[in-house]
Design a protein around this ligand. Structure first.
Ligand code: ADP
Ligand code: MG
Length: 485
């Protein structure tokens, strides 16, 4: 009795010692590993044993084992030795009981709180001269972290050239392309690069709305002359989204004067819009000015570029994401780069809030959720993920069973009566067409039928759909119900 009590007491003390030893070690590791990764991989870990120079580290999940062995074992050993020179060896064991067991693990969120993130300054303004304001350029936008693909190569090359030779051949530089394709990134990156090239240069970045508001204010205060003079000291003028100047004659006129004055002095002007100059619905004299220099369009990124962007952004956000998961996102989020970023932000949230390592399945859930979000504006987040990915074998079978009032069992079974044959063939057709299950696999699920049987059923339904309007209606109704179309 006494023995056991004192043993359990000793154990408690030992656990506490091990906890504080682990905290010491983790404190050093935390300074060497990006926080996102640190929290993800070291949460719910503990030292389970420390004897004879051997440190036994418990991990909460089987997936952590590979990661630790590959990425953290030597770091952990080195750090552990630094903390306690007796430690010779670090070994790992998986103990799922560690999850949510704060008495044995270290509370990482408490001991390693997140440093308050710097607010992105891109909304803030900076005063450059009397009355002259610019949005602060976002330092995150750099030419170096812009991923170049075949659809933005020209725009990128033009920006790079301007960043080295402002006021040269590519003046003005006019970039156009759809939303979320990197126009603002390139404009600001070029501004950042120019500031580096010519420290002290007056680089003004404004949106066309800002510019319009300034014109309106100047008109109201009858300070038009002052307004004009203000812009004459600018070395580089960057105006984003000039399409909003359409139908604003007075602003266009002022812009025309500013443009000419700067252009004559060989000051660099960079513009962006969502369409080419001739489609802008602006005064011809202005659009013809825009066409004088270099015009480059940006198109939606292709698969390879999307994947490269994801890899880059994942690194920026310090996320370890399995390549298969990134490939899955790149395959499905096709519309623009902002969409890709939106999904990654969800991954960050999942990482940080739930400590969930992203998988293809969880990504599919996230993307499906976002695509169905009624508040997700289509022009900003246009998830093209197909809900059909989400329907399961069971969903298909049950929907067809309900529709034709036949049982799932009968469809799977051997009966060859027509009432069952047709629903069975439709099921096979859907499973192949929308769930992309292989013929062989479908055959197996239908009482081990041969894959050629499934193939024939698929072909038969496909053919019938061309000349059987009744069947076509039924299939369409089912497709709708299953969210396939
Ligand atoms: P736009 O101004 O064309 O609507 P943005 O420049 O705001 O688009 O781009 C949206 C987001 O996508 C930004 O965070 C930007 O950094 C990112 N982005 C776009 N294209 C690329 C690219 N090629 N490489 C890296 N990031 C990109
Ligand atoms: Mg933009």
């Amino acid at each position: 009795m006494t023995c056991c009590a004192s043993l359990s007491h000793r154990n408690k003390v030992a656990t506490k010692d091990l906890q504080s030893l682990w905290l010491d070690i983790l404190s050093v590791i935390a300074s060497k590993v990006p926080r996102g990764q640190f929290i993800t991989w070291f949460k719910d870990t503990a030292i389970l044993g420390h004897e004879g120079g051997k440190l036994v580290i418990g991990l909460p999940l089987p997936v952590s084992l590979g990661w630790h062995m590959e990425h953290y074992s030597s770091l952990t050993r080195e750090v552990a030795q630094g903390v306690d020179p007796d430690i010779q060896q670090v070994v790992y064991t998986v103990d799922t009981g560690l999850r949510d067991n704060p008495t044995r693990t270290v509370d990482l969120l408490k001991h390693f709180p997140e440093q308050k993130r710097r607010k992105l300054p891109n909304k803030q303004e900076v005063r450059l001269a009397e009355g002259l304001v610019s949005k602060i350029l976002n330092p995150r936008y750099m030419l170096e972290n812009f991923i170049v693909g075949s659809d933005n190569r020209l725009a990128y090359a033009a920006c790079q050239s301007v960043s080295l030779h402002p006021g040269g051949r590519y003046n003005p530089l006019f970039l156009y392309g759809g939303v979320g394709l990197g126009k603002t990134h390139l404009l600001q990156a070029t501004g950042n690069a120019l500031l580096k090239l010519i420290p002290g240069a007056t680089v003004v970045y404004v949106t066309s709305e800002d510019f319009t508001n300034q014109v309106i204010e100047a008109i109201q205060r009858q300070k038009m002359e002052q307004f004009r003079r203000r812009y004459r000291v600018v070395d580089v003028l960057i105006i984003d989204d000039v399409q909003f100047l359409a139908n604003k004659e007075r602003t266009q006129e002022e812009f025309f004067h500013t443009f000419n004055a700067l252009y004559e002095e060989r000051k660099q002007i960079i513009l962006s819009a969502d369409r080419p100059p001739q489609e802008l619905q602006m005064e011809d004299r202005l659009t013809s000015r825009f066409e004088k220099g270099m015009i480059a369009d940006i198109g939606p990124p292709d698969y390879e570029t999307r994947l490269a962007i994801l890899v880059e952004k994942a690194q920026e956000y310090e996320l370890f994401i399995d390549r298969i998961v990134l490939e899955f996102i790149a395959e499905h989020a096709k519309k623009n780069v902002r969409e890709l970023e939106g999904i990654l932000m969800q991954v960050v949230a999942q990482y940080e809030l739930e400590q969930r390592v992203p998988t293809v399945k969880s990504m599919a859930e996230i993307m499906c959720k976002l695509s169905k979000d009624p508040y997700a504006k289509d022009d900003v987040i246009g998830f093209s993920v197909q809900p059909k990915r989400m329907a399961t074998f069971q969903d298909v079978m049950e929907a067809i069973s309900r529709y034709y009032s036949v049982s799932v069992q009968d469809m799977i079974g051997a009966s060859r009566v027509r009432e069952i044959l047709l629903p069975r063939q439709i099921a096979m057709y859907f499973l192949k067409k929308y769930l992309r299950i292989s013929y062989a696999n479908i055959g197996e699920r239908f009482s081990g039928r041969d894959h050629t049987t499934v193939m024939n059923s698929f072909g038969k339904i496909e053919k019938m759909l061309h000349n059987d309007p009744q069947l076509l209606r039924e299939v369409r109704a089912l497709e709708k119900e299953l969210d396939f179309v």
